[in-house]
Design a protein around this ligand. Sequence first.
Ligand SMILES: Cc1cc2nc3c(=O)[nH]c(=O)nc-3n(C[C@H](O)[C@H](O)[C@H](O)COP(=O)(O)O)c2cc1C
Length: 224
Amino acid sequence: MRVTRREALLMIIFGLLGCQPPTKREVTPSPVGEIPLPTPGQRGEVSLEEALTRRRSIREFREEGLTPAEISQLLWAAQGVTDPRGFRTAPSAGALYPLELYVATGEGVYHYSPQSHRLATLSPEDRRLRLWEAGLKQDALREAPVIIVIAAVYARTEAKYGPRAERYVHLEAGHAAQNILLQATTLDLGAVPIGAFYDQKVQEVLALPSDHEPLYLIPVGHPR
Ligand SMILES: Cc1cc2nc3c(=O)[nH]c(=O)nc-3n(C[C@H](O)[C@H](O)[C@H](O)COP(=O)(O)O)c2cc1C
């Protein structure tokens, strides 16, 4: 490794100060468009029983947005990795993980990576109004600051389970959705699982890959 005179000088100064100069790796920014999410909490103040009792479909929201910590917690609840072997918060047939999560906010559209617990920016545009149209103009979709979309890649599960896969994928979407709804309740947020929408329109609005089929739209916000 070649060291310039300036770098050598800095190394001497840092050596005298007893600390390490910042390495290139430490200052490298995250990949373009990738947003690291805050580390999700593992302990809440609301018990599971209380969350189950309090959960109700909420369709009216205040304008106030969600914090990165709240978005992080909701996505982790749905599909977060909780085991070094890659297992997640929600069970998955054969651990094949067919679900993909997308997030639409006023700032853009994002894709969630459970492995890195990061969001990848897909678009800087607010697509929520178009999702409202694709979702039969249900008011919850227009009012919510955040819409979480659960999509599925059926082929991942079909490869092992054949015709049984469709059932498994739908069951899994239910597991993930319920996790989101209960987690939202513990955060004093409201949400509703929406199944009535035009599949193809949602796919177009979010520019989803053709094999990422939307199953649920979950608007989340502060109850009005
Ligand atoms: C598969 C499924 C699809 C749903 N689709 C919609 C929907 O399109 N719009 C809506 O407002 N609520 C929808 N809901 C929410 C139900 O209306 C709601 O769960 C039901 O009224 C019971 O109320 P609760 O969730 O407060 O217990 C859906 C629920 C499920 C399970």
